[in-house]
Design a protein around this ligand. Sequence first.
Ligand code: MRU
Length: 334
Amino acid sequence: MNTLQAVEYISGKLHFIDQTKLPLEEVKIVTDNLERIAVAIERLEVRGAPAIGVTAAYALAIAVSKANSKDYAQVFEDAFKRLARTRPTAVNLFYALDEMKKTFEESKARQNLSEILLQKALSIHEEDKRLCTSIASNGLEVFKKKSRVLTHCHTGALATGGNGTALNIIRTAFENGLVEHVYADETRPLFQGSRLTAWELDKLGIPFSFNTDSTAAVLMQQGKVDLVITGADRIAANGDSANKIGTYNLAVLCYHHKIPFYIAAPSTTIDKACRSGSEIKIELRSNLELTQVRGTQITKENYPAYCPAFDVTPNNLITAIITEIGVHKPPFNF
Ligand code: MRU
């Protein structure tokens, strides 16, 4: 059963929790405005690769359903382009946009075009729920005993259309008596770990603590981590995986400490057209995300800074990639 819904379509409107305000405030946004939805994706009010895809699919369906003119093709194209500009790295966004475009092209002459697009968006959402469930059951295989797991960023229900990817594996393993403790990296600069992962783990009653990203090394050195599982935003055909900045650090640390390092993602995160990680476009975020914390200036605004949102973990550092199909071991050849 789903504990949380990142995104819901109800009577022509999109409902989503503003994730930037969690865990201190639970604010629901209800809108049918395309620009508002695009800004929500850019601001990370809705975030996590699969959740972004589901949101974009609904946004296209809503945009066409609201079109006054009969020029649906123009409305669809403008909405498609606006959504495609929001965030470049997570391939799930482009997967969902392309699926919606195929449906639009097939059905543009149909009178019930809006309904067809809505049904397609709903089916993308349903598909993601199913993928999350299968990822979780496949992921159980990597728990050899009751384990202490470290994770990075946030990969739970709020990040997907279903119950999550890496965090859903952890949740299912916990329900099977296979999780002793979860270490959540706080995940600088936007604290998806200490805000969102902590919030979901707390709600689920799973024992956890959060730590600064740089504490992961010490936890491993002290023998407190049995395995690491993270999500991914885009996986290249050779298994190189883009995920939240800091994931690569963890993979290097795991290699040094001989700790298994797993990636969990739906197959919709695999970009077969991308041969290796060097072809993955990495989103650069505003320096304000480093110079401020929630609007409070913590250093001088004009200091030079570097703020990539993601990094790429090379395939040779990944023990296995867990998808809805199974547990893929190297050499990866998607
Ligand atoms: O910038 P974000 O918060 O959207 O980054 C999210 C991540 O890196 C997640 O780990 C990834 O999207 C997988 S979500 C199931």
